[in-house]
Design a protein around this ligand. Structure first.
Ligand SMILES: [Zn+2]
Length: 857
């Protein structure tokens, strides 16, 4: 149930779009990463006066005027080459951008030719050095995870620099002070000219965004060839919410990915960051042909956030080619989509974003429409009549980030298929050629989705209505896995009859019949409805009119508003799951957690959402925790909660392959998708789902009322907390800071460990930090009055001295249940305690009821 997260750094770094396209909440058992542009990053300096034109003396080259036509401007920027007549021999030239210092110790430096009097790039070869120390501990930890030390400190030999800030004049000033006269260096120019041409396109787009805007929102970017760490990118881009980024593009086994080593706001960042544009609503018309190709048109209703911006950056799958973009009066607008790539290359390494250029900047607050037409293939045939909308990329044009807006979807599709989409269905129609229908959101949605296949359906009685859509047959991949499994592993045939299936898979000779997923429909619908009733008790009323549950191929689930996709694996009985190669935990996850995790996302993800990539953990952890709580409540004797918490603890203590640190130490929850590196993609799942679940569990335990009359009342405070958050953030994103504040409004006196009515201690340690304490207890028992006095100390290690936690101690007796002695709030390496006990304890144990995450290793 891990959530699959699309990381499209190309867009991110470049255009200030959120790092993570938050999009559909997809929860993949197998995490996938969508890498993106490599030389993508567009950084920039946050200098506020930037935007000044840096005129370089232009005796040799006549100043080329910057074209006003966007495409001509883009081509002109792409055509800029190193100024071969002026190559400088530099010595100890320095640049500083936020916390990053560059020294160009000795070598050759040239600038790009100016355009419209403005210089936008430079290149260097020789010896140089970069040093950066992020202020924030979590970011230093992240650097250490990737490069072994919490500081970027690397010599480099080559540097490619792009900017719309005043970098050129800053360097020119130093060169002038040092009395350096430029000369020619054909070898240097011959080396850089082809590189410059290849690296230009993404920067041409980023530069163009600034040149067309009323005000430059500057960026600085540098690509360094380092001696030991390979290529390193540093960007300081004022268009991004976190301006400073340090990272590395990676290619591994043909897959592009991006590792963000550190990202944080610049020291002089604007107090309130404003998006250039915000979406107000979407209208999406889609026609799906017999061959499943899609022809679509998205009408975006947008509002200008910043005045004078002309370039609208949107996300759209690279598999959809834009046919045209129209502005307010139907006039065609210039646009850019994977300009430098052929159609074939675009599918392989293109970016999932497009840029449209408005004829003129809008005043802040003005609203307007854009219409994007496109066509392509985003629907995959998984075999045996199972089709699905690929999760990669976006099937309609939209702005990046998490926004709750109205959606109005219409579809026309082949008659042989059934279509299910987000929203309330109306205008269903069938003619000689195709079916059609319209789906509108009754409340604002964070995203919209659809799927279509040869479904069988069933619905439940009662409220809310659950409509289950299952494929008539298994997709080929699962059939293949079943065929490959050894006959010795097959369960007794009688167990397969459990679901009373009658369908037979074709082509599976000499095998017991594989079960049809449709057989489990009614049962699944009923248990989904039952889980909704459980979650309503915790979260408040179900937020949508009904819930559609649709099967999709693969091993992940997704929770859309009023629509849940479940992996085929969730539709299979345990015996078949086992034959399909799932281990014990994966089976339990697919059967006992995944369906309810996705149902819990109906609130946590679709009523409230993640404010940024740093807040994704809240939605995932809460969905996972609520699913586990529900599953545990259905099987009181099975100890699901305890078993999963112990399983997660073990996973968190496991060493990351090839390192001497545990998974828990990789990084704090607030790094979100950045925790999943190409090196160990599973780390993300273990932290966000495993540790995240523990964090929610610890909060619930602290809010519990042990003296409540019954178990339901004991959790009253936790339920009130969740309902309050969902009410206050209804159809709005939720940040980690807001989540913490809500807990502070509901905290008990015992949670106020610091006496400041703050939960900083908890969030600093468990959410923004990577502390993982280890405990041991030493004690002695003496008779005391009618009972016994237990005195001793708890030893805390594996954390910083300031780490503090409420550690419950229990006395084990010869007979009867362990008795709670009390809670020791630890500080530092040792914390002393004394408790009175009625009977003589035979042993003192730490937290037998799993209320605290600590390292037992
Ligand atoms: Zn999820």
């Amino acid at each position: 149930m891990p959530r699959f997260m699309r990381i499209s750094l190309g867009v991110l770094l470049l255009f200030g779009a959120d790092f993570v396209a938050i999009g559909p909440r997809s929860c993949a058992a197998l995490q996938t990463q969508d890498g993106a542009g490599v030389q993508s990053a567009a950084p920039q300096s946050a200098s506020t006066q930037a935007g000044s034109t840096q005129a370089i003396p232009t005796q040799a080259i006549p100043a080329q005027a910057a074209p006003t036509d966007p495409r001509a401007l883009y081509e002109a920027l792409n055509g800029l080459r190193p100024d071969g007549a002026r190559v400088y021999s530099v010595k100890d030239l320095t640049l500083r951008r936020d916390v990053v210092s560059f020294t160009f110790t000795e070598g050759k430096l040239a600038f790009l030719e100016p355009l419209g009097g403005r210089v936008t790039g430079a290149m260097f070869s020789g010896r140089g050095h970069v040093i950066a120390t992020p202020h924030e501990r979590g970011e230093r930890r992240s650097l250490a995870h990737f490069i072994g030390v919490p500081i970027l400190d690397q010599p480099f030999t080559d540097a490619y620099i792009r900017f719309t800030d005043d970098t050129a004049s800053e360097m020119q000033r130093q060169l002038a002070q040092d009395g350096v006269e430029p000369g020619s260096d054909p070898q240097f120019i011959a080396y850089w000219t082809p590189l410059v041409a290849g690296l230009a396109p993404t920067h041409s787009l980023r530069t163009m965004v600034d040149l067309l805007a009323a005000d430059v929102v500057p960026y600085f970017y540098i690509l360094l060839q380092t001696d030991s760490a390979g290529p390193v990118e540093v960007s300081v881009d004022s268009r991004r919410e976190e301006q400073v980024t340090i990272g590395q593009p990676r290619f591994s086994e043909g897959v592009r990915s991006y590792e963000v080593w550190a990202a944080f706001p610049a020291g002089n960042s604007p107090v309130a960051w404003t998006a250039a544009f915000l979406p107000l609503d979407y209208r999406v018309e889609s026609t799906i042909a017999e061959d499943l190709s899609l022809q679509g048109k998205t009408t975006l209703h947008l509002r200008a956030g910043r005045a004078g911006e002309r370039v609208v950056v949107m996300e759209l799958s690279r598999h959809l080619a834009v046919d045209g973009i129209q502005g307010e009066d139907g006039q065609p607008l210039p646009y850019f989509q994977n300009e430098e790539l052929s159609r074939r290359d675009a599918a392989r390494r293109g970016n999932d974003f497009i840029l449209a250029v408005l004829p003129a900047g809008k005043p802040a607050g003005a609203d307007f429409h854009l219409q994007i037409a496109y066509h392509g293939n985003v629907i995959t045939d998984a075999g045996n009549g199972v089709d699905f909308v690929g999760e990669r990329g976006a099937w309609y044009a939209h702005l990046g980030g998490e926004h709750f807006t109205p959606y109005d979807l219409t579809f026309r599709w082949p008659k042989r298929l059934m279509l299910v989409a987000t929203g309330t269905e109306s205008a269903a129609h069938e003619d000689a050629d195709a079916k059609s229908g319209r789906w509108q959101s009754a409340v604002p949605f964070p995203t919209a989705g659809f799927n279509l296949s040869e479904y069988q359906t069933a619905s439940t009685a009662g409220k809310p209505k659950i409509q289950v859509y299952a494929n008539k047959q298994l997709e080929e991949a699962i059939v293949g896995r079943l065929q490959r499994s050894s006959p010795n592993d097959l369960p007794p045939p009688s167990m397969l009859d459990r679901y009373n299936n009658t369908d037979r898979l074709t082509g599976v000779a000499d095998q017991p019949p594989a079960p049809s997923p449709t057989a489990a429909l009614k049962q699944l619908g009923a248990s989904v409805q039952d889980s909704i009733h459980f979650f309503e008790n915790v979260n408040g009323a179900f937020p949508f009119e009904q819930l559609n549950v649709a099967q999709i191929p693969g091993s992940f689930g997704q929770g859309w508003p009023g629509l849940v996709y479940l992996s085929t694996l969730a539709f299979l009985p345990p015996e078949t799951q086992e034959r399909a190669g799932l281990n014990e935990w994966a089976q339990s996850a697919a059967r006992e957690l995944m369906p309810y995790h996705e149902v819990a996302h109906q609130w946590w993800g679709n009523v409230t959402g993640a404010a940024s990539y740093r807040d994704v953990w809240i939605q995932e952890a809460m969905a996972n925790y609520l699913a586990l709580w529900y599953a545990d409540s259905k099987k009181p004797g099975a100890h699901l909660m305890t078993n999963w918490l112990e399983h997660y603890r073990t996973e968190l203590m496991t060493k990351v392959a090839g390192t001497n640190h545990s998974v828990e130490e990789v990084g704090p929850l607030v790094l979100g998708p950045r925790l999943g590196s190409a090196k160990d993609p599973e780390v993300y799942n273990t932290l966000i789902y495993g540790k995240g679940t523990w964090v929610m569990h610890m909060l619930r335990e602290m809010l519990r009322d042990p003296n409540a009359a019954n178990a339901k009342d004991a959790d009253a405070r936790f339920r009130e907390l969740l309902r309050a958050i969902l009410a206050e953030h209804q159809f709005r994103p939720l940040s980690t800071a807001e989540f913490q504040r809500a807990i502070e409004e509901h905290m008990t006196p015992a949670m106020d460990i610091e006496g400041t009515h703050s939960m900083n201690w908890f969030f600093d340690q468990w959410v923004r930090g990577t502390d993982f304490p280890h405990y041991s207890v030493k004690y002695e028992v003496k008779p005391h009055g009618n009972g016994f006095l237990v005195t001793g100390k708890i030893e805390q290690s594996g954390t910083e001295d300031i780490f503090t936690a409420p550690v419950p101690l229990y006395a084990v007796h010869v007979a009867g249940k362990p008795e709670r002695l009390g809670v020791v709030v630890t500080t530092g390496a040792e914390t002393r305690f004394h408790f009175e006990s009625r009977v003589r304890p035979t042993r003192i144990v730490i937290d037998p009821n799993l209320t605290l995450l600590w390292n037992k290793g």
